[in-house]
Design a protein around this ligand. Structure first.
Ligand SMILES: [Zn+2]
Length: 288
């Protein structure tokens, strides 16, 4: 991001303890040595989250002539073919290319990987308990992440120059790491919440939900469209589209990480595709 540069000692992220400081938004911050991984490790053929009824990610041993890619079967090395659907099988980052005719790659969008992130925890509320809404109108029992909840959670950090937001939703049990969202429909973001996120200058949004939108929304993708500033139904971005912005879904934020400000290292697999598996890492920041 503009204005972010590392000027610390010659520490690498693998050395400990770190003595790293960064300049962000005209302020200096000390980067803590802890690194919190917000990704759900993808266990091929193991327990995984599942969204939209898509087949689980799976692997198969490569077999070619006399070669077998499994040491347990006498092969010289392990070698497998892996099949996955990034949007549905685990933690992934996506870009505007998710909803455009043009093939826009998340690999190009995520060139700048370090950001100032605010982590907040919110309680989704039933649609019947809020005036906030979306398109199509939520069912009364749908659970919404609201502008009100985000505003309340972010309030004491409002002055900080963060450009990334991590939204942890409650309840936040470990079962989220392997939830089948066809059986347990997820909460989603209200239109008001998304307008607030854009107005707050958020360029990288990370959430533990499988989608910003309701899984079955008639193809509207209202929350995604607000985030990328794409009009309803349009598949070609205008110059006003937020082409640099990314969404990360199906993350998992362990309960022991407190709300607050962090240095976000958003690591995205270099797929030439609208979405790719990703690993967001947070390190605590202290203003100097
Ligand atoms: Zn997605």
């Amino acid at each position: 991001m503009p204005g972010l540069r590392s000027t610390g000692t010659r520490s690498s992220m693998s050395e400990s303890p770190l003595a790293l400081t960064v300049g962000i938004g005209g302020r200096r911050w000390r980067v803590g040595s802890e690194q919190y991984d917000l990704s759900i490790p993808l266990a091929f053929d193991g327990a995984q989250p599942a969204f939209f009824g898509v087949a689980p990610a799976h692997g198969s041993v490569v077999r070619a002539g006399s070669f077998v890619g499994d040491v347990r079967e006498g092969g010289s090395c392990n070698c497998a073919t892996y099949v996955l659907t990034p949007h549905c099988n685990g933690t992934h980052t996506e870009c505007l290319g998710h909803i455009t005719q043009d093939r826009i790659s998340v690999h190009e969008i995520c060139a700048s990987a370090l950001h100032l992130a605010l982590l907040v925890t919110v309680d989704p509320v039933p649609a019947s308990a809020t005036t906030e809404s979306s398109d199509p109108r939520p069912d009364a029992g749908d659970m919404l992440v609201t502008k009100q909840a985000l505003q309340d959670a972010a309030g004491r950090f409002a002055e900080a120059p963060f450009n990334a937001l991590v939204v942890r939703t409650r309840p936040n049990d470990e079962a989220k790491r392997a939830r089948d969202y066809s059986l347990e429909p997820a909460a989603f973001f209200s239109a008001e919440a998304m307008h607030w996120i854009v107005a707050a200058g958020i360029e990288h949004l990370i959430t533990d939900l499988p989608s910003l939108d309701r899984a079955d929304d008639g193809g509207r993708l209202t929350a995604h469209r607000i985030f990328w500033n794409m009009r309803s139904g349009h598949t070609t971005p205008t110059s006003a589209a937020r082409t640099h912005a990314t969404v990360t879904e199906l993350a998992y934020v362990p309960n022991e990480i407190p709300d607050g400000l962090y240095l976000l290292n958003l690591q995205v697999a270099p797929f030439v595709a609208d979405a790719a598996p990703s690993r967001p890492i947070l390190s605590p920041l202290t203003p100097l």
